[in-house]
Write a protein that binds this ligand. Sequence first.
Ligand SMILES: NC(=O)c1ccc[n+]([C@@H]2O[C@H](COP(=O)([O-])OP(=O)(O)OC[C@H]3O[C@@H](n4cnc5c(N)ncnc54)[C@H](O)[C@@H]3O)[C@@H](O)[C@H]2O)c1
Length: 392
Amino acid sequence: MDSQRSPNETVLITGGGGYFGFRLGCALNLKGFHVVLFDISSPAQTIPEGIKFVHGDIRHLADVEKAFHGNVTCVFHVASYGMSGREQLNRKLIHEVNVRGTDNVLQACQRRGVPRLVYTSTFNVIFGGQVIRNGDESLPYLPLHLHPDHYSRTKSIAEKKVLEANGTALERGKGVLRTCALRPAGIYGPGEQRHLPRIVSYIERGLFKFVYGDPRSLVEFVHVDNLVQAHILASEALRADKGHVASGQPYFISDGRPVNNFEFFRPLVEGLGYTFPPTRLPLGLIYCFAFLTEMVHFILGRLYNFQPFLTRTEVYKTGVTHYCSLEKARKELGYEAQPYDLQEVVEWFEAHGHGRSPDSRISECCVWGGLLGFLLVVAALTWLPPPVILLL
Ligand SMILES: NC(=O)c1ccc[n+]([C@@H]2O[C@H](COP(=O)([O-])OP(=O)(O)OC[C@H]3O[C@@H](n4cnc5c(N)ncnc54)[C@H](O)[C@@H]3O)[C@@H](O)[C@H]2O)c1
C-alpha cells in the first residue's frame, strides 16, 4: 500500500482496538491512509489524530456496516475472540465472533463494493499437536474435529470462508472481491496485552517454577511490526498491478527463527531480574494437568470464571515442535522479517513498574531465611520433652 500512489484510500480494521489491529492502524495512518478502527473495546492507547474509532459489535451486521466510511478500498479483518486463557472456554461467544463476525464482514464488503480483504488467521488452522518441521501452505487444514480448542476450529472455518469468497462479485457491478489470509505465529512486542502480562504475572507470583517438554522442541513467534509489514504487503499483493498474486492465498508469517518456547522467554525472565527455572517436567504430565484444569473450569466456571493456569492448546502450542517456511510469503509478498529481540519488551515492563528490585531480592532472602529458621526451631522443639516445652 504505497501512500504516494493512493493517499485518499480508506482502510477499515476490525479488531482495531486490540494490540495488533491498533499497531497496524497507526502504521497505515503514518503512510497517509484514512484509517477506521472498528472494535467493541476502545484501544488501550490514545488514538492518534487522523484515525477514526467506531465502536460496535462484529456479531451485528448493522454495526459492521456503520463502520464503512468513505471510500474503503481494503478491510483488514483482525477481530477475534477466544485465543487464550479462560476466553478459550466460551464456545458460544467464540463461534459468534469468529464465524458469524466473519460472515458479516464478508457480506458488508460485498454490499459496499470493497475490493480487497486481508484476514488475520493463525498457524493453528493446520496444527493440532502434531510435529510440523518447516511446513508450508500445501499442508491440509487440520480436520475440524481434531482441534483441541474452539478458537482454532472457528478460525479455520473463518479462514476457509474468507478464501472461498475470493473472486465473488461485488454489488452494483463494482468488480470482484479479492481475499487472502495471513497465518501468524505467536505475536510479541512492547505493550502486548494477551500473553506477556500473563507470563510476567506468573513469574512475579512465583508460579514460574518449571519448564516442560523436550528442550529441542521448536516453535515460532512474530514481532508485531513484522506482522504489520506482512499485512501491508498482502494488501498490495491483492491489487491488479501486482497481478492479484495473493488472491485466494494463505501465507504463514513469523520472524523465521524457530526457537524453544521457554528459551525465547529467557531474556524476559532474566531481564526482569528473576531466575530461569532449572526444573523440566514431562509434556504429558502438563497436558494431563491442563485437561484437569479445563474440566474444573467446565464444572465451576459458571460460579467463578477463574483464569486456568494453562489449557491443552497452550501446552501444545508451547511444547510441541511446529514451525513453517516463509518461502511463499517472501516470493509472492516480498516479506522479509526484520530482526527483533525481547529487549524492548523488558524495557516496556520495567517502565510499567515491573521487575524485581535488589530490595525485593533481599527481602525475599529474609523471608526464606526466616522460614528456614522457623522450621529449624519447630524441628528442634519436637525433640524436647513436653515439660520443657511447657516451661518455655
Ligand atoms: N496474539 C497472538 O499471539 C496471535 C497469534 C496468531 C494469530 N492471532 C490473530 O491475530 C489477531 C489479532 O490478535 P491480537 O493479539 O491483537 O488480539 P486482541 O485480542 O488484542 O485483538 C482482537 C480484538 O478483537 C476485538 N473483538 C472481540 N470481539 C469483538 C466483537 N464482538 N466485535 C468487535 N470487536 C471484537 C477485541 O475487542 C480485540 O480488540 C486475531 O485475529 C488473532 O486471532 C493472534
